[in-house]
Design a protein around this ligand. Structure first.
Ligand SMILES: Cc1ncc(COP(=O)(O)O)c(C=O)c1O
Length: 354
């Protein structure tokens, strides 16, 4: 009944979204604050008549708004149904078994190997440094590869690379190999490398409305890069689904990116709560990787990561445990509202005390 392709699939496992019990959700890097009030205003006054027609297939108004924010023409922007879809199109367009290995960090976003399985792309995991950071030198020293992808900040570690390091990589990478920097978490303290896309035609920056703009449920992601790369993504999209973003989605995302004041306030609150959380964890003797993301990756001597995860879950707090070799002691904790982080820290103290 099923195709050979289908039988080989290994799907991605997203973080839990339990419907049965009310948890404090610190497991999927969602933003605890609502989206821009202007988005709420818009949704209240939506005229359902607009749904009679198909949406603009190229999301031109939304791309113009993103372009205005980043000072890029809309021809250098591609939008899709969440950055997961944008990434999937990138994997399809730029990598395959004939072009060599796709390189990505040993510990990173676990969707990357899933796309590789889906599209039959050979990949190589590049080890992290002892301190769990990404070293550009480890990529530069590779020669047989089709491209590179990593999140910046990396997930689930939270560690961040300066743009100058990305530029150093780009100067070494051959111009027919594509480098993708997945900036899902860039707005929480990092500096986007987007300025480099006008210098390097083979660099693609991918971002999302899901985290810093509190719109995970809307499903909007985008890529920024040279017209050559963007046009390739349009070809993939138009061979798959011409209308990945609905009219309401396009309008709401446009309104969101135009509300710069709210965006800045929103991300500042998260950064401050992260600082508060990190300081308390330090006084409690936890090992915390330096994070520029809306989550922290933490461990404690003598308490297995799985135990921390299970005990917190039992008490109504969800965090993310990966259990992969090399990071099995860690749990990843999303930065939520300060009041929730206080509850989390208190529970952690109790777990430690046992
Ligand atoms: C590194 C990274 N990239 C991309 C995504 C996908 O985000 P979305 O599809 O919601 O835009 C995530 C989601 O958690 C992520 O952690």
């Amino acid at each position: 009944m099923f195709s050979k392709r289908f039988k080989q699939l290994t799907p991605y496992t997203p973080g839990e979204q339990p419907q049965n019990r009310k948890y404090i959700k610190l497991n999927t890097n969602e933003n605890p604050f609502p989206p821009s009030p202007m988005v709420e205003e818009y949704l209240k006054r939506v005229d359902s008549d607009i749904l009679k027609l198909y949406p603009d297939p190229s999301s031109e108004k939304l791309k113009n708004a993103i372009g205005k924010y980043y000072n890029l023409p809309s021809t250098m922007i591609f939008v899709g149904n969440g950055s997961d879809e944008v990434l999937s199109f990138c994997f399809y367009a730029f990598f395959d078994e004939d072009r060599g290995f796709l390189l990505f960090p040993e510990h990173t976003y676990s969707f990357y190997p899933v796309y590789c399985g889906f599209y039959d792309i050979p990949f190589k995991r590049i080890p992290l440094e002892k301190d769990f950071s990404i070293s550009i030198n480890s990529y530069i020293s590779e020669d047989d590869y089709s491209g590179v992808i990593f999140p910046n900040p990396n997930a689930p570690t939270g560690t961040y690379l300066e743009s100058s390091e990305i530029e150093r990589l780009m100067e070494k990478v051959h111009s027919n190999r594509v480098v993708i920097v997945d900036e899902a978490y860039i707005d929480f303290g990092g500096q986007s490398a987007v300025e480099l896309v006008t210098k390097f035609d083979n660099l693609l920056i991918v971002q999302t409305f899901s985290k810093s703009r509190s719109l995970a449920g809307l499903r909007v992601g985008y890529a920024m890069g040279s017209e050559i790369l963007i046009s390739a993504l349009n070809t993939v999209k138009n061979s798959f689904n011409s209308y990945p973003l609905g009219t309401i989605v396009q309008n709401a995302a446009k309104i969101s990116i135009e509300d710069v004041n709210y965006f800045n306030m929103n991300r500042t609150r998260i950064i401050e709560t992260r600082k508060f959380t990190v300081n308390v964890l330090k006084t409690m003797g936890w090992d915390i990787l330096p994070s520029q993301a809306n989550f922290v990756f933490i461990r404690k001597n003598n308490i297995p990561g799985l135990e921390i995860y299970e005990k917190l879950k039992d008490k109504g707090i969800l965090v993310r445990y990966f259990g992969h070799r090399g990071i099995e002691d860690f749990v990843r904790v999303t930065i939520g509202e300060k009041k929730d982080m206080i509850v989390f820290l208190e529970l952690l103290k109790a777990i430690q005390g046992n």
